[in-house]
Design a protein around this ligand. Structure first.
Ligand SMILES: Nc1nc2c(c(=O)[nH]1)N[C@H]1C(S)=C(S)[C@@H](COP(=O)(O)OP(=O)(O)OC[C@H]3O[C@@H](n4cnc5c(=O)[nH]c(N)nc54)[C@H](O)[C@@H]3O)O[C@H]1N2
Ligand SMILES: Nc1nc2c(c(=O)[nH]1)N[C@H]1C(S)=C(S)[C@@H](COP(=O)(O)OP(=O)(O)OC[C@H]3O[C@@H](n4cnc5c(=O)[nH]c(N)nc54)[C@H](O)[C@@H]3O)O[C@H]1N2
Ligand code: SF4
Ligand SMILES: [Mo]
Length: 880
């Protein structure tokens, strides 16, 4: 079979992939739990988003398509049932609830990881037939402030930028975006713009992330002070005479008193004080910005995930409107999207606050959509936004909830409360690909969804490019695509005629027709050219962008055609509280995706960060007596969890950072989801995930250790136990109190056991072999050292058996070179190897390291990390 062209499963960059399928089709293997699904993944050189490149996550997608852990059959109360029975149960329960308590007593909670076709039918069912707008999505947690900001400024949620703008910009400003980790291929394009055209790069982020490695300037601002920084910038642009008065006069409505109000506190010194950045650096940024017309300001969660996210978005857009830097090549504000189809969800209108096809709930829009859908019960006003929705579930007002393609028991703020809500909700349906997630543990009905690699449809990336996702494998077990599941339920609820689709192309055509229906240029989002696409053309669809170059003609989607400057003021920044003296910031690791249901299956991707860590400034750590690798309890009023300490000069003092990825499935510690408070932006309803008052303290466990094992039970009874994939098994880090025997019992299977128990000091070393092969090992210490994990991990996958003495020592008789933690996951190159090469061979560029060791020459995701090692160790190189 030739290569199938499809789109990456993960981030909003939307990279094109060529997939060559080999091996079994997975179906026969379904019973055994692990399908033999071979697929070779390469970047699609013809896809405009990535032109052949892929980051570490895309490169290693092949390791995540097996059937391990998949939900393969519908279940009611944990028992396998037929699809007919499951559909009937869902339809009947929803119909009954609506009948007894009205349409607002039911809700859908969906996801930017659905395909556009899935999303469209879910939205149509809820808003046109159930008659409620209680369908919200995890995009509420992700982009809703950008949506609200765009709508306020442009009259429509249109992202006015493309990646070509990055190629053409002379200045790229990254605000609240760890692009090198979260949008790595966009980051590589930015690096190319620097190399080819000398584009300047400024990063505005409280943390010094790897994204700052190549930046000309990093402004480590005080969290939440972005509005002040942008207002100061606007005031500076005015003084510098770079306001585009002609554009403002003709194309932008400026509210009365806008400029007068800006004057207050927007001078350089006050702004530098509010933002807590050196005035000279701030001035350097302002001057660079003022003199560089081709500027793209790219922003993501550092801006959106704030209790003033919408104002922060408008503060950025204001500067671009006032300087006329919009609708021109290389000049635009650029909200970059997180999930692969966050944009598609916005296009169908899948947020509770939008109706459909970029229309809001204005009466004429409701009438238009009602007519188009021939809707039986049309929603007439916005529904509940995610955080409120779960609150109403908790309060018993929403009584039937269907969750699709998202894991809210982990990803909503104050996940503890969300779990209570799910627990008390009379009827919970979860559609997921995975059998056991923190959320579907609460499900009355579990519906097996087809996963990436099995689904057909379309997605829209950050720059409005629509691409096809194509199936590579047959459906696993009885899994079905989400559109199929939703339409079957709609049919069973009595709306068969309105939900009679045979294939995704049928839905796509209807979606395109709705976008064009009575549009007449009112909305930029218009897929008229797609409305009559044939099935064959849909199959063969090439990536294309809707909207062309929006606003290039200076016309915006408001009634008068003018954009809006929106007055915004800096929120009052909270002072630390005595009981919660630090601020918790949360975000992502380079090689994990959200709740790890997929990336967590890949041993390669798991090498980058093996444990959930709390990043702390060394001086804060010293004050609290915390040393590197200590266990630390991170507590907020909402909850607490244990993390490993990572001391980092890149943290601001007073702030700590934890990753969002670990769940109950992988861990008893590292549970960031339990920590954030459920405060939201008043306009968008997006939670302020980046800032929660927090307390941390060192925890001294009686013992600590690690285990490696071919297989693991669900629960490992230790205060701290985190697991990640390694080749042929798992690595578990543990720590706890009392007798570690229960851990030994849990992780060591039956077999040929060898062990050393140090009863005086309470240490333990044990290994279990089966037919001479190592299948598990456990090392526990109370005061001593632990062997390096690397060699033992290698023994799990090795055909040659080490001696008992070697296994219990945790190292080979003839010492091996210690490569240190793996930096380049594609070529398996460790940190120590790179540092040594820098020192001994005098390598002072990333390319030189690549030439010598191959590190960083495949996906390129580790290049910023290599750059950092060069900066840290180039002194040694000079002396070499
Ligand atoms: N590897 C990986 N990539 C991903 C994902 C993933 O799970 N893993 N998820 C995808 C999704 S859905 C999303 S939404 C994107 C998110 O992509 P990003 O937004 O780049 O990622 P985050 O790590 O959430 O946060 C970005 C930065 O905001 C900074 N920040 C915090 N507070 C402030 C502030 O007050 N002001 C400013 N200016 N900055 C602040 C944080 O320090 C952090 O470095 O990533 C996408 N890509
Ligand atoms: N503290 C804190 N919390 C955050 C954030 C943060 O920065 N800090 N970021 C927020 C953001 S931006 C986001 S986007 C969310 C992400 O949070 P979630 O959406 O909860 O995270 P995922 O792990 O991506 O969950 C997707 C689920 O859908 C399943 N799935 C995958 N493909 C399909 C499919 O095709 N169909 C179906 N039915 N299921 C599928 C997966 O197995 C998985 O269980 O987290 C938010 N939460
Ligand atoms: S940047 Fe990486 S994760 Fe994002 S779409 Fe491209 S390959 Fe996938
Ligand atoms: Mo997101």
């Amino acid at each position: 079979m030739g290569a199938i062209r499809t789109t990456c499963a993960y981030c909003g960059v939307g990279c094109g992939i060529r997939a060559e399928v080999s091996g079994g089709n997975g179906i026969e293997a379904a019973g055994s739990g692990d399908g033999d699904r071979g697929v070779a993944i390469t970047g699609d050189p013809d896809h405009p988003a990535n032109r052949g490149r892929l980051c570490s996550k895309g490169t290693h997608l092949g390791e995540t398509v097996g059937l391990e852990g998949r939900l393969l059959y519908p279940e009611i109360n944990g028992k396998r049932v037929s699809w007919d029975k499951a559909i009937d149960r869902v339809a009947r329960k929803f119909a009954d609830t609506i009948e007894r308590h009205g349409p607002n007593s039911v809700a859908f909670y969906v996801s930017g990881q659905l395909l556009t076709e899935d999303y469209y039918v879910a939205n149509k069912l809820m808003k046109g037939f159930i008659g409620s707008a209680n369908i919200d999505t995890n995009s509420r947690l992700c982009m809703s402030s950008a949506v609200a900001g765009h709508t306020r400024a442009f009259g429509e949620d249109v992202v006015p930028a493309t990646y070509e703008d990055l190629d053409q910009a002379d200045l790229i400003v990254l605000v609240g975006s760890n692009t090198a980790w979260c949008h790595p291929i966009v980051y590589q394009r930015i690096m190319a713009a620097r190399a080819e055209r000398g584009a300047k790069l400024v990063v505005i982020d409280p943390r010094r992330t790897e994204t700052c490695e190549e930046a000309d300037l990093h402004l480590p601002l005080r969290p939440g002070s972005d509005v002040a920084l942008m207002r100061g910038l606007l005031a500076h642009c005015r003084e510098a005479g770079v306001i585009d008065e002609a554009f403002l006069a003709r194309r932008v409505a400026t509210p009365e008193g806008f400029w007068e109000a800006l004057g207050e506190g927007a001078d350089l010194w006050s702004t530098a004080a509010t933002c807590d950045v050196p005035p000279a650096d701030l001035r350097a940024f302002y001057e660079l910005f003022a003199k560089t017309p081709r500027t793209v300001t790219l922003f993501s969660q550092g801006i959106n995930q704030s209790i003033r996210g919408t104002d922060q978005v408008n503060a950025i857009i204001n500067v671009h409107l006032a300087t006329g830097r919009i609708g021109k090549p290389g000049a635009a504000p650029f909200s970059i999207t997180g999930q692969p189809n966050a944009m598609g969800g916005r296009e169908v209108g899948g947020l509770a606050s939008t109706l459909a096809a970029h229309m809001d709930f204005a009466a004429e829009n409701v009438a238009t959509v009602k007519r188009f859908w021939a809707a039986s019960h049309m929603a007439t006003q916005p529904g509940l936004k995610a955080v409120d929705l779960f609150r109403q579930v908790r309060e018993g007002r929403v009584k039937a909830l269907w969750i699709m393609a998202t894991n809210p028991a982990v990803s909503l703020p104050d996940a503890g409360l969300v779990r209570e809500a799910l627990d008390t909700c009379p009827f919970v349906v979860v559609s997921d690909c995975i059998a056991d997630t923190d959320t579907n543990r609460f499900a009355d009905v579990k519906l097996p969804a087809a996963g990436w690699g099995e689904k057909d449809g379309t997605v829209t990336n950050s720059e409005r490019l629509i691409s096809r996702q194509r199936a590579l494998f047959p459906l696993a077990g009885e899994a079905r695509p989400d559109w199929w599941i939703i339409t079957r339920v709609a049919q069973a609820m009595g709306w068969a005629g309105h939900f009679a689709y045979d294939r995704p192309a049928d839905i796509y055509r209807e979606h395109a027709r709705l976008s064009a229906y009575q549009n007449d240029g009112k909305r930029v989002f218009d897929l008229k050219s797609q409305a009559a696409i044939s099935n064959a053309d849909y199959e063969a669809m090439e990536p294309f962008r809707w909207g062309g170059a929006p606003f290039a003609d200076g016309r915006f989607s408001t009634p008068d055609g003018k954009a809006r400057l929106v007055p915004v003021t800096q929120m009052v920044l909270e002072n630390p509280l005595a009981k919660w003296p630090l601020t918790l910031n949360t975000g992502r690791y380079r090689d994990q995706w959200h709740t790890m249901t997929r990336t967590g299956l890949s041993p390669r991707l798991s090498q980058h960060r093996r444990e959930p860590m709390v990043e702390i400034h060394p001086e804060d750590a010293a004050e609290l007596g915390i040393a590197a690798d200590d266990l630390v309890r991170v507590a907020t009023p909402q909850g607490e969890s244990l993390f490993r300490a990572l001391l980092s000069e890149g943290q601001r003092r007073g702030e700590v950072f934890t990753p969002i990825h670990w769940t109950d499935r992988q861990s008893t510690g590292g549970r960031t989801g339990l920590l954030p408070r459920p405060l939201v932006d008043p306009i968008s309803g997006q939670p302020g995930f980046k800032s929660t008052p927090v307390r941390i303290e060192k925890v001294i466990p009686e013992w600590r250790g690690f285990a490696i094992a071919r297989t693991l039970p669900d629960v490992i009874p230790a205060a701290y136990a985190t697991r990640i994939r390694v080749p042929q098994g798992w690595l578990v880090e543990v720590a706890g109190e009392g007798d570690p025997a229960s851990v030994a019992k849990a992780v060591l299977p039956r077999g040929e056991k060898i062990e050393i128990v140090d009863s005086a000091r309470g240490g333990l070393r044990a290994a279990v072999l089966a037919e001479g092969q190592l299948i598990a090992a456990l090392f526990i210490t109370r005061d001593g050292r632990l062997p390096s994990r690397e060699w033992l991990i290698a023994q799990l996958a090795s055909a040659d058996t080490a001696s008992s003495i070697e296994l219990l020592a945790g190292r080979p008789a003839t010492p091996q070179v210690d490569r240190g933690p793996i930096v380049c996951v594609c070529f398996d190159v460790g940190m120590k190897t790179i540092v040594e090469a820098i020192a001994t061979q005098g390598l002072i560029s990333v390319d030189a390291v690549g030439a010598a060791l191959s590190a960083g020459t495949n996906c390129g995701s580790c290049r910023p990390a290599i750059q950092r090692l060069i900066v840290e160790h180039k002194e040694e190189a000079v002396h070499a």
